[in-house]
Design a protein around this ligand. Structure first.
Ligand code: C2E
Ligand code: CA
Ligand code: CA
Ligand code: CA
Length: 279
């Protein structure tokens, strides 16, 4: 079933808790969405410390289900990974996201970055680098405007095949971020040996700040360590002004969260840019 490059040991399905019937029905929904214009791309602004303004956005996928309304990626991404449908979904996201970025660049936003979430499965599939470089060329985008977010579990046992792809992605000029940092099993040692540019501190640490002193200390230490290793630090899940100012104080380079904006349909993003944000 696995078509990896010999590193499929890493791939652990996360859907085993779902009943088989539910998985089959979700897989059917995914197929349907892919072929009947049911996928949606939303973008969530990312705010920069330096410009005190929106400097980028993260793309997030949605499914518009004909009867069940909007489906959350939390439900269907694991099924997409297990079934392999994550490959065409991700391809669709890259295409839509880059087309949008190219369009708004002609309207004066030449520096905006766009982040995409990449699943472990896509590294095992092996076609990611090719898809990325083709899409960049087609949309005539500078590679440094594209950030790929990978989760920590990818680093549990980094294989040569995955390392080669990390290096190829950076050779193209794109940047790599570690998503949900602090939640995985990873040792910190991979941070200095792997080619990352950005740490995204998981929102579970931010959630009960500033009251949880331990989390506050931890987030400050992560930021300090990240900076010492030359990485930029993003903190996500910012829901209040209090959390925002605390995170800036702890050294965040970028912030993301409902306080600034929820994920938005692409066509609403520009209203936000025009209106500015309060950071
Ligand atoms: P993630 O990459 O950690 O994305 C951040 C999630 O946190 C998003 O949920 C976002 O809506 C939510 N969020 C952002 N700010 C706040 C906040 O202030 N408070 C709270 N409570 N939540 C906030 P979403 O869109 O449901 O996505 C869930 C996960 O699904 C993502 O987590 C990511 O792992 C996965 N995912 C989403 N889109 C894609 C995709 O296109 N490809 C892949 N491979 N995975 C995706
Ligand atoms: Ca992410
Ligand atoms: Ca995250
Ligand atoms: Ca996540």
């Amino acid at each position: 079933k696995e078509r990896g490059r010999g590193d499929y040991r890493l791939y652990r399905p996360t859907t085993s808790r779902l009943p088989a019937s539910e998985m089959i029905s979700l897989e059917r929904d995914l197929h349907y969405a892919l072929h009947h214009d049911g996928l949606r791309l939303v973008v969530q602004p990312i705010v920069s410390r330096h410009e005190a303004a929106i400097s980028g956005a993260e793309t997030l996928v949605r499914i518009e289900h004909p009867t069940r309304g909007e489906l959350s990626p939390q439900t269907f991404i694991p099924v997409a990974e297990e079934s392999g449908l994550i490959i065409p979904i991700s391809q669709w996201m890259l295409e839509q996201g880059m087309a949008w970025l190219a369009t708004i660049s002609t309207q004066g936003y030449q520096d905006l970055t766009l982040s995409f979430n990449v699943s472990v499965r896509e590294f095992h599939d092996g076609g990611l680098v090719e898809r990325l470089s083709t899409a960049l060329a087609r949309h005539e985008l500078a590679a440094d405007r594209i950030i790929l977010e990978v989760t920590e579990n990818l680093m549990l046992e980094p294989s040569q095949g995955i390392l080669d792809q990390f290096n190829a992605i950076r050779a193209l000029g794109c940047r790599l971020a570690i998503d949900d940092f602090g939640t995985g099993f990873s040792s910190l040692s991979y941070l200095q040996s792997l080619p990352f540019d950005i740490i995204k501190v998981d929102r579970s640490f931010v959630r009960d700040m500033p009251h949880n002193r331990q989390h506050t200390l931890l987030v400050g230490a992560i930021a300090e360590m990240g900076h010492a290793l030359g990485l930029a630090v993003t903190m996500e899940g910012i829901e209040s002004a209090e959390q925002a100012s605390q995170c800036w104080r702890l050294g965040a380079d970028h912030l993301q969260g409902y306080y600034f904006s929820k994920p938005l349909p692409m066509e609403h993003f520009q209203d936000h840019l025009a209106g500015g944000v309060d950071c």
